[in-house]
Design a protein around this ligand. Structure first.
Ligand code: PRX
Length: 649
């Protein structure tokens, strides 16, 4: 972390938007910042009015910290706003999705076709007994049916909960059980790096422990029998069978502005993920506004957000934000290096992508693969680039600017979270000069500050990031756990949201996000709690205790290092190390696979029993001990601990 801070603080380069970009941008100067500051509620109302409402709201905001309600009394439907209204406004023939499967198969869907498919699938869901308010879990590859199923749930008012297709059966059933989901939607399998991901088989495993699920819908992704599956009579239904006789007449359900739109699980500091709740009116307002201004979206743009819909970025900037803006967008199923490492650039060139949004971990991988790969493709249509998920190091920013953006595209480094629903800190590309590594300023209408532990504002220098007034797309709570909601986000300061990130501010008031200050790691842009990995390890029969820390990694940003104390019956070995890594993958998913496992006889703890994570990080990075195998000697840990305690006084 201190290396990152040093790098960021030495960064002095400034990039102004080009006159050409500025001239055509939705926002060209700081007027909206000033207007939003003058009357924040009127500003958000203006955005909300750009959506279609079945009934207008009667009150804009009710704020009883930590609970907010937005656009109270208003009735709308998220799916209607993403689909029907565009068809009604004459955009039915506009392409909504340009989809590419990893093997190269392709499907384009216009807004009219989306409306037809979504309406049919919504009717199919109803026929299977899904009613307004019932939770529906989705565990799918990045195929059009995932976006369609999400919209179909929204259409009938059934909150969806998408579980990333890389999670394990245990992670899936934990999420299903927590929200008592009634239905599960999946596919036989998906493609990833040329391999078949057996999603339905994983669902079958999860379903052994998911008693609330009554029906399972299965999309047939594998057309050539690459993934034979079992279908359980009465419970499992093929998507295409349901669609064959479904009516396409399914009016969108008028939902209350504060009705639950979705639950999305994210990692926290305990072993149990949190079900983040987003409601309808405020969330749609936030994602609509940020998509339009941050990505400077115009009707002729071809937008591509490379995230998976299993994460919040895909919810807000593949499904709801772009579609509410009637965007044409690319959706891609697979890996960036399949079949070769220029796949993304080929997709950009083939479809004329104009706005491209990805994560720093991907950019760092592209850097490693070499600038000659993007150079082989025509990227001249690109006009704006985005970054999300973790701090972007200035080197990666500059590489992205030069090699992908041809030194002409502004870069929007967007800070936000599952909990915030929409982008919170970001440049507006036609109005704000950028600095590599800085997310710059709060979006108009968002009040971000740096605070000390005591809640004192830091104008320049380091502190904790905070959001001091409510915003429309903020989370409405953690499903089934109001106390955790209060403790996690609202107990540090009074009525002020604590996101869990450290940050510094420079002389221009720019924000430089430094990363998490809690026990949450950001591995390749994905949030994983140290406790989740620790729980997965102690679940193994040979493990007595474990401690997990994040260590710097040149592509992933952070990698997972685990210290493990074995039970007396077990002996450290390379095979056991492999087995433990695999056990974590089976418990959580491949994203949580530890990079390093170190067997130890003891864990360094403070006198009050807290694990000394900083010492563990130093050991894992080899700063303290060259040869970590000697940790098996208990006196080593003890003497290290003493040295640290002496140093820290
Ligand atoms: O630490 C911040 C980091 O990702 C966390 C949120 O993770 P998640 O809810 O999974 O959402 C990721 C996609 C929005 C934050 O607390 N983070 C996200 N974007 C940035 C970032 N850190 C620095 N710069 C960013 N642009």
């Amino acid at each position: 972390m201190s290396d990152t801070i040093d790098h960021l603080l030495q960064e002095k380069r400034v990039f102004e938007p080009s006159p050409e970009f500025k001239a055509q941008a939705h926002v060209k100067d700081d007027t909206p910042y000033r207007e939003a500051e003058k009357d924040r509620l009127a500003y958000w109302e203006d955005w909300a009015k750009q959506l279609d409402w079945f009934e207008p709201w009667t009150k804009t905001l009710e704020w009883e910290p930590p609970y907010s309600k937005w656009f109270i009394g208003g009735k709308l439907n998220a799916c209607y706003n993403c689909v029907d209204r565009h068809v009604k406004n004459g955009l039915g023939d506009k392409v909504a999705l340009i989809w590419e499967g990893e093997p190269g198969d392709r499907r384009d869907l216009t807004y009219s076709e989306v409306l037809e498919e979504v309406s049919k699938f919504a009717n199919a869901l109803k026929k299977l007994g899904v009613q307004k308010g019932d939770r529906v879990a989705l565990y799918m590859p990045m195929i059009p049916e995932l976006a369609l199923a999400v919209l179909a749930c929204a259409r009938i008012g059934a909150p969806h909960s998408v579980v990333f297709g890389g999670f394990s059966a245990t992670s899936l059933s934990d999420r299903i059980v927590d929200q008592e989901a009634k239905m599960l939607i999946t596919a036989d399998a998906g493609w990833r790096r040329g391999k078949v991901l057996p999603l339905k088989a994983t669902c079958d495993e999860a379903l052994k422990n998911s008693p609330s699920i009554e029906n399972v819908v299965v999309v047939n992704r594998m057309k050539n029998g690459e993934a034979p599956i079992d279908m359980k009579e009465g419970r499992d239904h093929w998507y295409h069978d349901l669609m064959a006789d479904a009516s396409s007449d399914c009016p969108a359900e008028p939902m209350d502005s504060e009705d639950l739109l979705y639950i999305l699980y994210t990692s926290g500091t305990t072993g149990k993920p949190k079900g983040i709740m987003h409601t309808t009116g405020g969330y749609m307002t936030g994602v609509y506004a940020t998509t339009k201004w941050v990505f400077d979206l115009k009707p002729e743009d071809v937008f591509w957000c490379t995230a998976d819909i299993g994460w919040v970025t895909g919810h807000s900037y593949i499904v709801y934000g772009p579609m509410a803006n009637a965007a044409t967008q690319v959706m891609y199923e697979g890996a960036p290096d399949s079949p070769s490492r220029d796949r993304f650039w080929k997709i950009c060139a083939d479809h004329g992508v104009t706005v491209f949004y990805t994560a720093p971990t991907a950019i760092r991988a592209f850097m490693k693969w070499g600038h000659d790969l993007p150079a082989q493709h025509d990227l001249s249509k690109l006009r704006l680039l985005g970054s999300v998920g973790e701090p972007i190091n200035p080197e990666a920013w500059i590489w992205y600017h030069k090699n992908i953006g041809g030194e002409k595209c502004p870069i929007v480094d967007t800070w936000w979270q599952t909990e915030t629903g929409a982008i919170m800190i970001t440049p507006l590309p036609g109005a704000v000069k950028t600095k590599p590594g800085s997310a710059t300023k709060a979006f108009p209408g968002i009040e971000a500050k740096l605070l000390t532990d005591e809640g004192k504002e830091v104008e320049k220098g380091g502190g904790y990031l905070s959001i001091s007034s409510p915003w429309p797309s903020m989370l409405r709570g953690i499903y089934g756990d109001p106390q955790r909601f209060k403790d996690t986000y609202w107990s540090k300061w009074d009525g002020i949201y604590f996101p869990g990130d450290g940050c510094t501010r420079d002389e221009d008031g720019y924000f430089w996000i430094l990363g998490r200050v809690d026990d949450v790691m950001n591995v390749a842009g994905h949030r994983i709690g140290t406790m989740e990995v620790e729980s997965a390890l102690v679940d193994h029969q040979s493990v007595a205790e474990s401690a997990v820390v994040g260590i710097p990694h040149d592509v992933k940003g952070t990698a997972i290092a685990a210290f493990v104390i074995l039970k007396d019956s077990a002996e450290p070995s390379d095979d056991l190390e492999k087995e433990l890594k695999q056990h974590v993958v089976e418990q959580i998913g491949a994203i949580a696979r530890p990079e390093k496992i170190m067997f130890t006889a003891d864990l360094p703890k403070t006198r009050s029993g807290k694990i000394m994570r900083r010492l563990l990080r130093d050991i894992a990075e080899g700063k303290t001990l060259g040869d970590t195998t000697t940790l098996a000697d208990p006196t080593v840990v003890e003497s290290l601990k003493n040295r640290y305690e002496d140093k820290e006084g």
